[in-house]
Structures are given as C-alpha cells and as structure tokens.
Design a protein around this ligand. Structure first.
Ligand SMILES: NC(=O)c1ccc[n+]([C@@H]2O[C@H](COP(=O)([O-])OP(=O)(O)OC[C@H]3O[C@@H](n4cnc5c(N)ncnc54)[C@H](OP(=O)(O)O)[C@@H]3O)[C@@H](O)[C@H]2O)c1
Length: 338
C-alpha cells in the first residue's frame, strides 16, 4: 500500500499561501501549512523556517512542497533579506527530498533592472527583496534538478469578491491616497502594471501539483503581459473603488492626484522637498521613492500563462481593503504644505 500524498505549503497564512492551501484542499489533497506564527486548523504549524528546527510533525517524506513563505519588505539590508528569503529556502531543501515536487513562488520583478536573475550585485535590482528572490532562484538552479518556479506580478484578491487573507504590498496605495501621504503620482501614466488574482496563482499551483514533478527546471510566468492595465487605468480604478466606498459611508470623495514623471520628481520636487518639508513629510516622500520603479515599467512581462482581465478584481480588492481597514479608508487627506 502506498502512503497518502502529503503536501507542504509554506507561508500558509499569507495572501497567496492561504489561497494555495485552500485550492489544494479543494482538490482533495492532504495539505499541511506552516508559517512563522502558525495558523488555524489541525494541519497548520508554526515554524520559523531557517531559524528553528522543523516541528516533529513535519518530518517524513513529502510528495510536494509549495514554497510561498517570504518577507516581501523592500527596505531590508541585503544580509537580512538573505536571512528572510534565501536561508528559509535552504532549510526547506534540507527538509524535503530530491523526489519531492518543489513549487517555488517567485516574482515577475525578480529579473530586476538587467532583465535576468544572474547578477549577485544588489544594484542590479530595484531593492533587496528582488535581489533576495533572484538569489533564491539561483540557489534552485544549483541545488535542484527538478523544480517548478512560478513568477507572477502584483497580487489582488479572489476573483469572486476581491477578498485577501492579508492586504500587504500594493495596498500601501489606497492607504496613502486616503491619508494624503502621496502628494503626486510619480509614474509613467502609460506604464504597465501587471496583476493577477490569488485564484490565478492558486489554481495554477494546484494544476502543477496534480501533474507531478517536471523533468527539469520549469518556469511559469503568470500575468496579463502586453495586455496589462496601464498605470493611469489602475489609478482611475483605485480611485473609483475608494470613492464608491467612501460615498456609501458618508465620507467626501478623494480628488485625483497630478501625475509627475520620475525625472520631474527627482530633479525639481525632491530637492524642494528636502529644503522645505519637515522630517515626517520628508520620510514619507523618501519612502514613496521606493515605488517609482514599479510605476514606470514600459516593457511587458513575457507571460507563459495569460490570466483573465484584472480590472474588476482590482476594483473589488480595493473595496475589500476598505472594508477591512475602515478607519484608514475614512481618512480625510492632510493637505501638503511646506
Ligand atoms: N503579494 C504580492 O503582490 C506578490 C507578488 C509577486 C510575488 N509574490 C510572492 O508570493 C509569495 C507569497 O507572498 P505573500 O504576498 O502571500 O506574502 P505575505 O502575505 O506577506 O505572507 C508571508 C507568509 O510567509 C510566512 N513567513 C515569512 N517568513 C517565514 C519564515 N521564515 N518561516 C515561516 N513562515 C514565514 C508568513 O508567516 P506569518 O504570517 O506567521 O508572518 C506568511 O504566512 C512570496 O514568495 C512572494 O515573494 C507576492
């Protein structure tokens, strides 16, 4: 008699991992989840991967492992980004065997500024998060003969209702628009902002798991590719969603923000800000600079799996964020003044 298939999902309480766990459960698999703090249910465990030994329950053979755990903060020093996103992968490789079907989740932005994961130089990437995700992919190239690497861009919620288990990453935008932390949109209006739904990723992973391990290292890239929404369309949708929610809750609408190109911002606005703004305002302005690289992408990602249109899912996800963050969504933006 063969043992039942056991599937491990790391990062199972996160935005993507929770959707992956549900999709695997729905497909009838015996899926186990791990995260730093552990999650609900008998098959979810706390394990700080890369920092602790795995709990006893997680030993033994694994049919498949889907590695979703990551620290997606952009501003960590490279050594800490390494500890957060490369050391856990190393620890996971020690837990599973070469015969385990490993599905590793990565980002479409992992190819950084040079269009490839080959460089180890931090300045070849927009930030240390991208650098560490590229280092993780390189580790897989040296350590695994068989692996599925799945890259995807910005993640929105479920296609049915836009809900996410965790609103991180992109959701700085609605929060900043409501608080007034963003004085202008530093972006190429016609730049591309590619997106997927958690369902797109979870369903793709479930299909890969059902098909079994690939013969070699296989890369899938999910997204809309050259049909991705333009930056101005994304901002319009975000503003529509926020204002429809605010109108239903008796809160005045947000005004659209002016667009400023990154060049105008860096040459004119930033020096002005550095001279006249107070420390708190300046910190917000400097933090905002980190997003510029993502709002000025003009080359589409080459996708291997084109997902369905994401306009509606973006709208619903922003409303879902507002439902879950009512106090932030109700804020009246503080005007910018020097
Ligand atoms: N969200 C996006 O827009 C996006 C876009 C492209 C690619 N990705 C990739 O998709 C994957 C999932 O991202 P996400 O957005 O779902 O992240 P997330 O919502 O921030 O969730 C991260 C998950 O990883 C767990 N975790 C982090 N470090 C861990 C460690 N050392 N040991 C155990 N668990 C750990 C967290 O546990 P706790 O809850 O206990 O902290 C949480 O369950 C990542 O590989 C990310 O790079 C995400």
């Amino acid at each position: 008699m063969t043992a039942p298939a056991r599937i491990l999902v790391t990062g199972a309480t996160g935005a993507v991992g929770s959707a992956v766990l549900r999709a695997l459960d729905a497909a009838g698999h015996r899926a186990y989840g791990v995260s730093r703090r552990g999650g609900p249910g008998a098959r979810q465990f706390a394990w700080r991967i890369g920092r602790q030994e795995p709990p006893r329950e997680l030993r033994g053979p694994w049919t498949a492992a889907v590695h979703c755990a990551a620290d997606t903060r952009w501003g960590l020093p490279v050594e800490r980004a390494e500890e957060a996103n490369v050391a856990p992968l190393r620890a996971l490789l020690s837990l599973i065997g070469p015969e385990t079907h490993l599905v590793h989740l990565s980002s479409s932005y992992v190819t950084g500024l040079e269009g490839s994961v080959a460089s180890d130089a931090p300045d070849a990437y927009r930030n240390s998060y991208e650098w560490s995700k590229a280092a993780a992919e390189r580790l897989l190239h040296t350590e695994r003969d068989s692996v599925d690497i799945v890259r995807f861009p910005i993640v929105m919620g479920a296609r049915a209702d836009g809900r996410l288990d965790r609103y991180s990453g992109f959701f700085w935008l609605p929060a900043s628009l409501c608080s007034g932390a963003v004085p202008a949109l530093v972006a190429h209006e016609k730049g591309l902002m590619d997106m997927v739904s958690t369902d797109d990723v979870a369903e793709h992973v479930a299909r890969l798991v059902a098909d079994g391990p690939p013969a070699g290292r296989r890369l899938s890239v999910l997204g809309r590719g050259d049909r991705a929404q333009r930056v101005d369309e994304v901002f319009d949708t975000v503003l529509d969603a926020l204002n429809s929610w605010r109108s239903e809750h008796g809160v005045p609408p947000l005004d659209p923000l002016p667009y400023v190109t990154p060049d105008q911002w860096n040459r004119f606005y930033l020096p002005f800000a550095e001279e006249y703004l107070d420390r708190t305002q300046l910190l917000r302005v400097t933090a905002f600079r980190a997003y510029q690289g993502y709002l000025s992408v003009t080359e589409p990602f080459e996708v291997t799996e084109r997902v369905a249109d994401t306009t509606r899912v973006l709208y619903q996800s922003i409303r879902g964020w507002a439902d879950a963050h009512g106090t932030s969504a109700r804020r009246i933006p503080r005007p910018w003044s020097a």
